[in-house]
Design a protein. Structure first.
Length: 100
């Protein structure tokens, strides 16, 4: 099983080489955090070493902040520019369109 994980890690790393450098943290986020977290979050920007990730509520924000060191080490395996911090922000609700 361990060799399968290493093989997957190698495939992801090679795939990230095709992604423009500033976009790698955004694209790598779902691989690093896993499918359950990826379904409930969205990496929205990467500037000056800070990856900004939207979460749905304060509970998710608190939970993910506790896991941030693990995510940082994982995401930096794939990036060319170091991610120094992950900032979790609560997503703003999408305004409903007025009905006609």
């Amino acid at each position: 099983m361990e060799s399968a994980a290493r093989g997957l890690d190698k495939v992801i790393a090679q795939s990230m080489l095709r992604v423009p450098g500033e976009e790698v943290p955004l694209v790598a986020w779902p691989f690093v955090c896993g499918s359950v977290v990826a379904e409930r979050t969205r990496a929205v920007s990467f500037k000056a070493g800070v990856l900004c990730v939207e979460v749905s509520n304060a509970g998710w924000k608190q939970e993910l902040q506790a896991l941030a060191p693990r995510y940082l080490s994982g995401i930096n395996r794939y990036t060319r520019e170091t991610v120094s911090r992950i900032e979790f922000v609560i997503a703003q609700p999408v305004p409903e369109q007025a009905s006609r």
